[in-house]
Design a protein around this ligand. Structure first.
Ligand code: KG4
Ligand code: ZN
Length: 354
């Protein structure tokens, strides 16, 4: 019997109810109940719908995870939960549940930062995280470049999106192209049939004038507008829209900017380890371009498997487990959900509201 601690991780920041169980750095269960189909007809996540879905899915998902892991609830040594950032109502469901489990079991409770958890998940798949490393997190809700000296305690944000998140841009462009929500996987699939050089879409915040202030920041709203205008012009001219070419050229523009900036961050800070995570890290072109350019630049690249890149409970359990192993003091019960939580505080300690 292993003496490593058993950690339950709860993720409810957006539309996935994720329950993970980790022993040390071994993943035993990663159950996900998604409400994405309930949001599809609205073209985006509806917060109240997501909160209600979390309420319904949470306890059955914990039970499924315990069964998969082959452990009992009484075996759990600590509970970790995403405390922020995220949708406040959705976060509250997870935080209140985590506190209830923690109090009932008499074990520590860790309210953790969602972005830090996206980084920590890779320890489950590829072993101990290099220190320091650069992490680029790209999803429907966030696009961030981080310098991670220690994922449990020392993260410095280098840059973030000024407008749309990368995944949001994928979702909005997919909508304009008539593809279903969430659009990222559909654009990825369509783009395989298209020519990425067919249209030269803008690369936001890569021009010399933008670099002094925004070298590590992203902006995708100009690109999104450029794609919409290009499509409108074709439609006005009565010409068919070449969906595969638009998808490929748009995807190329996003991925080019992401990889370029991630490599700038590595080069500028003299760090040779890059991790890419978040839902958009499931994108096949991003994975391929990052692998190519990192190999050329001598950067070691870590990208979790697609199922660990999108929101899940194992990532939260992984971060909780690392905190427990490093002796980070647990959160007090008075600490609660923090929708605007900053990644520089991996253990959320905002004022109580849950
Ligand atoms: O991390 P995640 O599951 O949830 C958030 O925290 O947002 O990411 C979901 C986002 C969506 O915008 C979705 O369109 C995008 O990740 N996504 C992709 C791909 N798979 C998911 N974007 C591009 N290519 C993909 N293959
Ligand atoms: Zn996320």
């Amino acid at each position: 019997m292993s003496s490593e601690p058993l950690v339950l991780g709860i993720e409810t920041s957006c539309d996935e109810t994720g329950i993970g169980i980790v022993r040390g750095s071994t993943m035993l269960a990663n159950e996900i109940a998604s409400s994405v189909q309930e949001h599809a007809r609205f073209g985006g996540v509806v917060p109240e719908v997501a909160s209600r879905a979390h309420l319904e899915a949470l306890v059955p998902s914990v039970e499924r995870a315990l069964a998969t892991a082959g452990v009992r609830i009484g075996d759990i040594d600590a509970v970790a939960v995403t405390a922020g950032p995220g949708l406040v109502g959705a976060l509250l469901v997870g935080v209140a549940s985590a506190k209830a489990y923690s109090a009932a079991l008499g074990v520590p409770f860790y309210g953790v930062n969602h972005l830090a958890a996206h980084v920590a998940v890779d320890a489950l798949e590829h072993g101990p995280l290099p220190q320091p490393m650069i992490a680029m997190l790209v999803s429907g809700g966030h696009s961030s470049l981080l310098r991670v000296a220690d994922v449990t305690s020392d993260i410095t944000p280098l840059g973030a999106t000024l407008d749309d998140a990368a995944g949001e841009a994928f979702d909005k462009v997919a909508r304009v192209l008539g593809l279903p929500f969430p659009g990222g996987p559909h654009i990825d699939r369509c783009a395989r049939e298209g020519d990425p050089a067919a249209i030269d879409f803008p690369r936001g915040l890569t021009a010399g004038k933008d670099l002094p202030d925004h070298r590590y920041d992203f902006s995708f709203s100009g690109l999104k507008t450029a794609v919409a205008r290009w499509i409108e012009a074709r439609q006005r001219a009565g010409e068919p829209v070449p969906v595969a070419d638009v998808a490929a050229a748009f995807q190329e523009a996003v991925v080019d900017v992401l990889v370029r900036k991630a490599l700038w961050a590595c080069a500028d800070s003299g760090i040779d380890d890059l991790l890419i995570g978040g839902g958009v890290a499931a994108n096949s072109r991003l994975r391929a371009m990052a692998a190519d350019r990192c190999a050329t630049a001598g950067i070691r690249l870590r990208v979790p498997a697609p199922g660990l890149c999108t929101d899940n409970g194992a990532m939260v359990a992984s971060l909780g487990s690392l905190m427990l192993q490093r002796g980070v003091p647990a959160s007090a019960m008075g600490y609660g959900a923090d929708p605007g939580a900053s990644v520089s505080v991996p253990l959320v300690s905002a004022a109580a509201d849950a």
